[in-house]
Write a new protein. Sequence first.
Lengths: 576, 71
Amino acid sequence: MTGLPSPHMLAVFLLAPTHRMARLAPLDIAVIAVYFAMVLWIGFYLKQRSNTSEEFFLAGREMTAWIAGLSFISANMGSLELMGWAAASYQYGILAAHWYWIGAIPAMLFLGLVMMPFYYVSKTHSVPGYLKLRFGESSRLLAAISFAVMTILMSGINMYAMALVMKVVLGWNIHFSIWVSSITVALYVALGGLRSAIFNEVLQFVLIWAGALLIPILGLIETHGWTGMRLRIQQNFPGQDFTHMWRGLGSFSSNPMGVHWTGIVFGLGFVIAFGYWTTDFLVVQRVLSAQSLRAAQMAPIIGAGFKMLVPIIVILPGLLGLAVLPHLLPESVAANVPGAYSYNEVLPLMLVRYCGPGLLGLGITALIAGFMSGMAGNVSAFSAVWTYDIYQAQINKRAADSHYVAVGRWSTILGVIVSIGAAYLVMQFASIMDYVQALFSFFIAPLFGTVILGMLWKRATSAGGFWGLLSGTVVSVGLYLWVHFNPAALAHVAFSIHAKTMAENLYRALWAWIVCVVVTVAVSMFTKPRPESELNGLVYGATVIPHEGPVPLYKNHWFWAGIVIVIFFVLNIMFW
Amino acid sequence: MHNTNISIWFFNGVLLTVYGLMIGGYGVYEVVSGHTPPVVLAHLHAPLWWGAGMLLLGLLYCVKFAPGKEK
């Protein structure tokens, strides 16, 4: 799961910069301007095709597997994602790639192969909507409110952090960055709905690669390939291992992250990854827009194939930074050393190192595109959940379809305005970012427990689902507070006092998921289940999955999932 | 996207073509004028070949997904 940068990744950009890294040439400005013109063109063009709620919130369910798949991972590729994980790879080495491979690929394949039929066949408009069908109104309301609040806050935090990045790198005014980028996103999402968001996400995906791929290419030329890069890292940091993914995970103290392989496999690979990629509506909404069940199943598999490649533009620049920029400092140190840079700035530093006029503008545009795709993902998902799961469910149940489209457009604008408010709130109270990051992660793990039991176990009851979700969330919050006020508790929560923040998050998620599942099962056993006839389309064993006819091997989702999983294992063995 | 007059891939083609022209054009200027920016590996003239690559890819997508050409 890479959608949620860890608190330190956001906090790093808070310290006031003492100098700008680069100055843009007129050509760079022109490159950025062309991008803004293009996204607005798409928004205005697609306005004519978002007149019904199905069109506005689910893009008419007309997307091909490729478009839904690229949009699926693009919505997750925010600019903080790019910069944060490049910084993490400078700090932790190739260990950071776990968040792209075991922390994403199995979960994405599981979504496509196992869970998508239930989301798609149930014709739900959202993940909270599925909870309503399976467990009832109370579970939906709990999930919808938590998702809506956290999504919009996260959007604001990312907006502020992005504006800070622009200030650090280019010396841009923070208010200018916030308002220009958010007004643009509000315009194109409010005009064209999810279809516009998806079109722009595909555009942004291409742009991110066009702008960022040059760094690893030129970096590897400079270091004379992977072997040369490793040699340079060993010379710069003797005795430290930055290029192996699994060798140092035998104990908590033998790797820079302070994590054990059990945390990576069960906490990250199972609970957090499955929680994020299969239940976070921000990404699931993209797949729900697919034109058929087969396309909906292929989309996450296509996304997984590309996700495996993302470390080339995120992790590799961080590793190359270790080879060619060995003197970057921790933020807390760099802030007190005039002229020094921190490792959190490794990606823009590498960009400035290799890219002159034009290419620098393209790289900066890639960062802006990453931010806008993430924000558009947040506000379009917020708009759908607000309209369907809160407004329609609780406030106005019987309005015309056009009314809900209007509510969707206005809630998009409202979501952006609240995001801007959140950005300014964070500007005043920086520590809020840490708490909101943690808050968001509280809901992911238990939600996955609830959804997966709901889909795979007919006996799970409405009461079991609600109390499991609530208790898992409460336990997650409780564990966070326990460690916050008593750091020694880390030895119990994460099994080691050496555990860093990332490792603590993995184990806390694991505990929350276990509690959710245990409570759901226990309560379900003592409450009355729904008749099986009511579970058609919602639960494995009670649902007839529609068969869409035979297809050639190259169109079969099981075939491509097999290819992806083989490559996944090969990559892990190569970098063992 | 088949049911929209203009395909998403055409938009991508237009963007890559414009960027290819802008950045590739600057690359040509770099080579002709001998003026190279103060960046590492400037002698490789990355804007020239990266811009040319984007231009080719962009034109390919513009032609293949031109409005009215799709089913």
